[in-house]
Design a protein around this ligand. Structure first.
Ligand code: NAD
Length: 475
């Protein structure tokens, strides 16, 4: 989308207006608290509307999941930011080396200006409010691009942001891919993108033209490794909870499982039991979220059939009428074993309830399997042996790690969140989010008593002696 098209012109005009507001004065502590309180109110006071909007976007979005995985983490993030804001904003004293004593050094966090935030459809509330919390806490204005696949949430976000924050603080943009592309071309002071690795590449390329720094929150195949002897029922219950939340449409959902060959039968039996207990039925079950649209539903069916066609063992957990499930776009947890490496389920991020299970004999084989893929967004390890767990963590790099549990590392606002390699770059949540959207301005203050005159020209003997001392010896 070139500047000059009506869409690009209107986006540029919005950005220019926000830039003017940003330039009119830095947002102080009280202003930022007011903004964060506005965010908090638009979540807390409109819970029923959020639940309804998300349900409309998905066809069926579990109200419990919306409260647990969108409203709650969004509010937790805002509450932490409000509690810590004063501490985060305070200038940080830093040391100066002996040579510059008694000068002083400090880091003063400053707002960058106007941030861009691009949001995917899978958690439209949390993935808009989370980055907004960081951007506003850091004193920035923001433009937020919602996903074309979650229009109801997008419309509600636009309405509530206008009401609780105002158009001089946040603009929410809704629209299709043409709008998204034009949005990515805007010269923001920082751009946080959450979405696929494929689109992340395009976003980074567009941002490069403006030298806009990016935080990319991407996806990938997050492995789940169960070590020999681990309690299979405990592991399976966590796998089912993590894989079926939002019907697997979660960036950090366990993508595939590695289990010791001797534990395979016990693990699969435990999975069957855990899935039956969690979701006794899928059709008509308001607690089981639907696949977002027909295209994604068909994609999952095609990937399942491709694996079966290549000789994989495929087992859908729970017997239900396929037509009924299709009508509701409910997809059962489907185990896939012995699928060849070239199948889509073994290569691509699954983003749905298909679960490849891979067996290993030696832990090294399992780790080698993980390393076949680019660095994942999450690594799940089920292991009660601390020393072995540490060895595994030291040998695989991932965006984040969750030990003996799935997903919950994301809910820890005192931990940074972000990918590595093709699962993303940069961090947000909590303090790291504040830093991402701030210029951490280094300030050096000279003292009246400074000895700087000694290191200025004309260079004489004193300078030579000083330099010998300054350059030192290797001890
Ligand atoms: P997507 O990449 O298709 O779209 C994400 C957003 O980018 C949408 O708002 C879309 O409109 C916009 N977009 C599309 N083309 C664009 C362009 N050329 N320039 C700028 N923006 C553009 O992703 P999706 O299907 O909405 O979400 C699923 C993906 O997101 C999965 O890969 C998942 O792993 C990932 N994800 C990552 C996280 C995380 O925190 N790391 C969280 C949720 C989802």
């Amino acid at each position: 989308m070139k500047a000059g098209s009506p869409i690009a012109d209107s986006l540029h005009a919005s950005l220019a207006e926000l830039q003017q507001h940003a330039a009119s004065g830095r947002a102080d502590y009280a202003t930022r608290q007011r903004w964060l309180e506005g965010l908090q109110r638009m979540v807390t006071d409109h819970q029923a509307e959020w639940i309804a909007a998300l349900n409309a976007d998905f066809g069926c979005r579990s109200a419990v999941e919306t409260r647990l995985a969108e409203l709650f983490p969004a509010l937790e993030g805002i509450r932490l930011a409000r509690r810590r804001l004063g501490r985060w904003m305070r200038p940080q004293r830093r040391g100066v080396s002996l040579w510059f004593w008694p000068a002083r050094a400090a880091v003063r966090p400053q707002p960058l200006g106007v941030a861009g935030i691009i949001v995917p459809w899978n958690y439209p509330l949390f993935l808009a409010i989370g980055p907004l919390t960081s951007a506003l806490a850091a004193g920035n204005r923001a433009m937020v691009k919602m996903s074309e696949l979650s229009p109801h949430s997008g419309e509600l976000m636009a309405r509530l942001c206008e009401r609780y924050l105002g158009r001089d603080v946040v603009r929410v943009i809704n629209g299709g891919l043409d709008v998204a592309a034009a949005f990515g071309n805007l010269p923001f002071d920082h751009l946080l993108f959450t979405g696929s690795t494929r689109v992340g590449r395009m976003v980074m390329q567009a941002a490069a033209a403006n030298l806009t720094p990016v935080t990319l929150e991407l996806g990938g195949k997050s492995p789940l490794l169960v070590t020999p002897g681990f309690d299979m029922a405990r592991a399976a219950a966590s796998v089912v909870a993590g894989k079926l939340l939002n019907a697997g449409q979660t960036c950090v959902a366990p993508d595939y499982v590695l289990v010791h060959a001797d534990d395979r039968d016990a693990f699969v039996a435990a999975l069957r039991a855990a899935a039956r207990r969690a979701y006794p039925r899928l059709a008509g079950n308001p607690d089981y979220t639907a696949i977002i649209n027909q295209a994604h539903y068909q994609r999952l069916l095609a990937w399942r059939d491709e694996a079966a066609g290549h000789g994989a063992r495929v087992e859908a957990l729970g017997e239900e009428d396929a037509d009924l499930l299709a009508a509701e776009r409910k997809f059962p947890l489907t185990l896939i074993e012995q699928a060849p490496a070239e199948c889509a389920v073994m290569r691509e991020e699954i983003f749905g309830p298909l679960l490849p299970i891979i067996t290993y004999r030696q832990l090294g084989e399992a780790l080698a399997q993980i390393r076949l893929h680019p660095k994942p967004l999450a690594l799940y390890l089920f292991d009660d042996n601390r020393a072995r767990a540490t060895r595994v963590l030291d040998s695989v790099l991932a965006g984040g790690v969750c030990l003996n549990e799935t997903l919950l590392h994301v809910a820890q606002d005192q931990l940074p969140f972000g990918g590595v390699g093709s699962s993303g770059m940069g961090h947000y949540h909590g303090y790291e989010g504040f830093v991402t959207f701030s210029k951490m301005l280094p300030v050096f203050t000279q003292s009246r008593l400074a000895g700087t005159a000694l290191i200025r020209p004309p260079y004489g003997k004193v300078m030579q002696t000083l330099l010998r001392l300054m350059l030192g010896k290797v001890k």
